[in-house]
Design a binder for this molecule. Structure first.
Ligand SMILES: Nc1nc2c(c(=O)[nH]1)N[C@H]1C(S)=C(S)[C@@H](COP(=O)(O)O)O[C@H]1N2
Ligand SMILES: [Mo]
Length: 319
């Protein structure tokens, strides 16, 4: 495997595929899986287009579903990423040459610690885990994806939001040269998303930096994207360059585009239909053309974990 290395990365931090597979077999045999999480990942690698690099030291998580994960093929060829086109196959085709390095993330707003950080420095302090989550798109299809990620709660706490901070707002890179889909005005760029502080500090919310144990493919939001598994997929903003702590509810792209169809909360809810289609059932990608649709679950099956975030909130009004 050909990997160009950033100068500050030790060769030992990048494993070959066979090493990784051996390590996985070893871990699955039960040896190495203590409760404690693990040192940082090997992410300094610049990965040439079409190549794939492993992330080291990925701990398992008790939050993973036991459901069968979708194939790497499904997860990386059927995508929504309008910065690279609106067709499901556009992101894999049009993001092939995108370089997610160098990359920096600006943290600003109502927090004690703010600044602009290189991606590797940004993620370095945090434990890396595999989180196998269901993902339910608002378009009524779903997948099961083995993300590699860091806890968003850990990230938020590290920047010490002050008492005015009620929400976290996120933005995607805006660059018409590198993201050809932004030459079309299908959305108001940059792509924007947001969470309440309570949502952002819920243990299920992560920032994903990989999938299937490897560095995140461009079409899935390299180098870093949000994953909030109890919400519709559009909340999972990709290619994040800015994280801002704010006092009032931030504007979000799909809500700006069609406010009667897409709300700020966007919790998966089989009882509240989209104005143009039912949300009661979903098509599991990869299940086959003739497979039945499966029932959509409240909060995408994460009700026990997250329902308490919304006590007293009218979920029909706050869709
Ligand atoms: N920046 C950005 N983030 C985005 C989108 C997008 O168009 N642009 N699409 C969203 C939608 S609608 C979904 S369903 C998920 C899809 O994630 P996946 O392609 O990794 O499955 O990404 C979300 N994040
Ligand atoms: Mo979506």
């Amino acid at each position: 495997m050909l990997i160009r290395k950033a100068p500050d990365i030790l060769p030992s931090q990048i494993t070959s595929k066979s090493n990784y597979l051996n390590r996985r077999a070893f871990m699955q045999a039960g040896g190495a899986l203590g409760a404690a999480a693990i040192a940082g990942p090997a992410l300094g690698a610049m990965v040439p287009a079409g190549d794939r690099a492993k992330i080291e030291n990925v701990a398992k998580s008790r939050f993973s579903t036991g459901e069968r994960a979708n194939s790497y093929e499904d997860i990386t060829t059927y995508n929504n990423y309008y910065e690279f086109g609106t067709g499901k196959g556009d992101p894999v085709d049009n993001a092939e040459d995108f370089e997610a390095r160098p990359w920096s993330i600006t943290v600003d707003g109502e927090a004690d610690i703010t600044g602009t950080f290189d991606f590797d420095d940004f993620i370095k302090p945090f434990a890396v885990e595999e989180r196998i989550y269901r993902m339910r798109c608002v378009e009524a299809w779903s997948m099961v994806i083995p993300w590699v990620g860091i806890s968003l709660a850990d990230v938020v706490k590290r920047f010490k939001p002050n008492s005015k901070a009620k929400y976290v707002a996120f933005e995607t890179l805006e660059d018409k040269q590198r993201m050809p889909g932004q030459r079309s005005r299908v959305l108001d760029w940059p792509y924007r998303e947001g969470l309440t502080i309570a949502e952002a500090t819920h243990p299920l919310a992560i920032l994903a930096i990989g999938l299937y144990g490897e560095v995140l493919p461009n079409q899935n939001g390299a180098p870093i994207r949000l994953v909030v598994p109890w919400k519709y997929g559009f909340k999972g903003i990709k290619g994040i360059v800015r994280m801002r702590f704010v006092e009032t509810m931030p504007q979000t792209s799909w809500n700006m585009s069609a406010p009667h169809e897409y709300g700020f909360y966007a919790n998966v809810n089989p009882n509240v239909d989209h104005p143009r289609w039912s949300q009661a059932r979903e098509r599991r990608i990869g299940a086959g053309l003739f497979a039945d649709k499966i029932p959509t679950r409240m909060f995408n099956g994460y009700e026990d974990e997250v329902a308490s975030l919304y006590t007293g909130l009218d979920l029909r009004k706050n869709f």
